[in-house]
Design a protein around this ligand. Sequence first.
Ligand code: FES
Length: 188
Amino acid sequence: KGTVLLGGGCYGIGAIYPLARALKAAGNRVICTIEASSAYLLYMEDALRQVSDELIIATKDGSLGVRGGVQEVLAQVAASGTTIDQFIAIGCTFMMRMVTRVAKSLNIPILVALNPIMVDGTGMCGACRVSIGDKTSFACIDGPIFDGHLVDWDELASRRSAYARQEVQALSQAVDLNALLYKPEKAS
Ligand code: FES
């Protein structure tokens, strides 16, 4: 591809690692950027440094690196004159939606890893249905990586929140996870 910018947030920080490693091995210039609300929530910085040419850290509270998130880093890297031949973002739907907006304004190709609700993961239940351009796809078997510019983000956000009320209700019925923890017996 040339120069590839990989953006990861939350679980996406781990998910961009194998992509960075493979893209680097294939001869691309790889820039990784990772975001978190605060520095203590970041992880895998050293691992990502080893498989990329540059690692840019962003935190929402400004405790480390750029203040902001992946979308701010994308805009900054583009403004610095670096040509980004491919951008790949993995993280929460909100982040991927926001970075797609920035990528569109900068005319940068973007791939995103969608995370709709999945049930069977085999293409049979239809729960993970997403609209990509004029086509209906199942994220579990057709994706999860799609062209961000073609994703119907409104539909995805609405389908992801379909059970929001039930999820909130379920919280109050949650089992005491502490009671399930393994507690070794003390040696006598
Ligand atoms: Fe059921 Fe994808 S999770 S079709």
